[in-house]
Design a protein around this ligand. Structure first.
Ligand code: CMP
Length: 141
């Protein structure tokens, strides 16, 4: 596939991991695995218990709650963190809307990574604040 890069290179170029050195990016890439989805595949199901954290390497996914579209996520964006953080069921469905490649991490590795790289927690918080602001400004049904 043209332009296909390995997970380490992709991870190193994703803003979420900015500031991490190559060795760390390699370690991170090794800790997770790549998963591929076709357009229409469900990646995360609302109500199920969360076991993974996902980062989009390529493609596009929609976050849906019932009929409502909450967000469209693309390369470099993550999802699945909520369930891992509060141990509650998945808050929404996440569905691939194009051929999509994700890099996925188990709950255990996710926690370890955030503990060893606190700058990742800050990156994640920034994105969560952005999502909260977007949710606050979206019209109520
Ligand atoms: P989780 O609840 O584990 O599984 C569904 C995921 O969808 C959730 O984690 C977030 O990563 C993502 N998500 C939920 N609500 C929103 C939103 N309003 N904007 C963007 N992403 C969301």
């Amino acid at each position: 596939m043209p332009g296909r890069q390995d997970a380490t290179t992709l991870i190193a170029n994703i803003p979420f991991f900015q500031g991490l050195n190559e060795k760390t990016c390699k370690a991170i890439a090794r800790a997770g695995k790549e998963l591929s989805y076709k357009a229409g595949d469900s990646i995360v199901d609302e109500g199920s218990m969360g076991v993974g954290f996902y980062l989009i390497l390529e493609g596009r996914a929609e976050v849906r709650k019932g009929k409502k579209l909450l967000a469209t996520l693309e390369r470099g964006q993550f999802f699945g963190e909520m369930s891992l953080i509060d141990k509650q069921p998945r808050s929404a469905d996440v569905v691939a809307v194009a051929p999509t490649r994700c890099w996925a991490l188990t709950a255990w590795s996710f926690t370890g990574l955030v503990e060893t790289h606190p700058e990742m927690a800050l990156s994640m918080l920034k994105e969560l604040v952005k999502r909260l602001r977007a949710a606050q400004s979206s019209p109520t049904p």
